[in-house]
Design a protein around this ligand. Structure first.
Ligand code: NDP
Length: 410
């Protein structure tokens, strides 16, 4: 059994704490630390109620590597799971290097003052982690995370070469609120309002945000939703590590209601991330907006419906064209019944727990900085089935794959 330190007591941190507590044979003493101690204590009380396990809590400023390193030493943690915000990634990697333990996260580093999603800052830690003989696992959520592992598994078992990759993230859930985001509103809105980039013929091509969209019908009666092409960070690592990919795109579903609200907020300047002066105080409009929007962690109680996230992949096997769709469907209400969270936090927190398990016991702790698709996918895929995120895959014809027709083939 291994002690772990979880940083971040938000929607995702809560799921990670619950799911790690359920795997007694893997995870020893669990400490949940965050900026606001009362949030850690609330989660610890829920973990005790649901699993019978007592977990420790602590207050920490994750932007202070010395403070985090001292907490790591105090807890005897053998792994740090970062589910705070992307702004903390580098400081937490530094803390791990100081304390001499491995690191993992679910989202790539972003500077506070510019919405820029790229791995360069974290990949630059490669030498430091190699020299220290320590491992860092980047992106062990759902997307990035499971979608990368789906791709690695497809390459290992179904393709000699992958040519196109379309990651399709549908949230068919309804939270009953006028406007809310599924995870941290600041990070979510920065992501959605960024320029779209997709990979085509060896380079990223930029287009206007949300300018390309189409309907997508999910399997198993989840429904039909409008999906919008946007940039997502896993595209960068996947095209680097699987160089045969000729085109890679990421799509996410949004309701017309979400788009309308977002457009108004953008038009009136509420999504700005630069400081403005208000009554002699400097505020960042997007951070203020986060303060008045519903807390995503509180949406579980009212959210109904399902998520359906998967990859349409085409390529060659034994010289012949091949296409598959691999996906997971997750029910918001079932997640709430199990751990008190909606499916977006759940689908991120479960893979974080599984990634942690592979790091501690599954041979994923090789020195260096790794994106998740660089590891062997099989044990992770098996653990998804056993820990609440079962997946399925179907073969498509190349024509069905081109039209994202994943239902007719069943
Ligand atoms: P929340 O905003 O709900 O939670 C973030 C937590 O981090 C809060 O408890 C916050 O504290 C804490 N925190 C922020 N800054 C600091 C700091 N300096 N020191 C200590 N604690 C800090 O976010 P979510 O749970 O929704 O998301 C967590 C992470 O998961 C994000 O990085 C997000 O991008 C990622 N994510 C990844 C997905 C994937 O599929 N890969 C999908 C969804 C999310 P406080 O409570 O005081 O604000």
């Amino acid at each position: 059994m291994h002690n772990i330190l979880i940083i971040g007591a938000g929607g995702v941190g809560s799921v990670v704490a619950h799911k790690c507590a359920m795997l007694r044979e893997t995870f020893g003493e669990i400490t949940l630390a965050s900026r606001t101690l009362s949030k850690c204590d609330d989660i610890a009380a829920s973990v005790k109620k649901r699993t019978g396990r007592v977990i420790a809590t602590a207050k920490v400023d994750a932007d202070n590597p010395d403070e985090t390193a001292a907490l790591i030493s105090k807890t005897g943690a053998k792994l740090l799971i970062n589910v705070a915000l992307p702004y903390q990634d580098l400081n937490l990697m530094d803390a791990c290097l100081k304390a001499g333990i491995p690191y993992m996260d679910t989202a790539n580093y972003e500077p506070l003052d510019v919405a820029k999603f790229e791995y360069s800052w974290q990949w630059a830690y490669q030498e430091k982690f190699l020299d220290a003989g320590l491992s860092a696992l980047l992106g062990s959520g759902f997307d990035p995370g499971v979608t990368n592992v789906f791709t690695a598994w497809a390459l290992k078992h179904h393709f000699d070469e992958i040519h196109t990759l379309d990651i399709i993230d549908v949230n068919g859930g309804d939270h009953g609120r006028a406007f809310a985001t599924n995870f941290n509103p600041e990070i979510n809105i920065r992501e959605v309002t960024a320029e779209c980039r997709h990979w085509e013929d060896g380079k990223f091509v930029e287009t206007a945000p949300m300018s390309l969209h189409q309907p997508f019908t999910c399997p198993d009666g989840v429904g039909t939703y409008e999906i919008y092409r946007m940039y997502h960070e896993e595209l960068e690592s996947l095209v680097k590590h699987i160089p045969t990919i000729k085109r890679a795109q990421f799509w996410m579903s949004f309701s017309q209601n979400y788009i309308n609200h977002l457009q108004v907020l953008q038009n009136v300047g509420m999504t700005r991330i630069d400081e403005v002066e208000y009554n002699g105080v400097k505020i960042v409009p997007l951070q203020f907006l986060k303060a008045v929007l519903p807390n995503p962690g509180d949406l579980g109680e009212t959210t109904k419906g399902k998520t359906c996230i998967g990859n349409v992949i085409t390529g060659l096997k034994d010289g012949k064209p091949k296409a598959i769709y691999i996906y997971n469907i997750c029910d918001h209400e079932a997640c709430f019944a199990e751990v008190g969270s909606q499916a977006i936090s759940y689908t991120t927190g479960v893979p974080a727990m599984i990634g942690a398990k592979q790091m501690l016991t599954g041979g994923w702790a090789k020195p260096g900085v790794w994106n998740i698709e660089q590891h062997d996918p099989d044990a992770f895929m098996a653990d998804l089935n056993e820990n609440g995120l079962p997946w399925q895959f179907v073969e498509l014809t190349p024509e069905q794959a081109a039209r994202f027709e994943v239902v007719a083939c069943r």
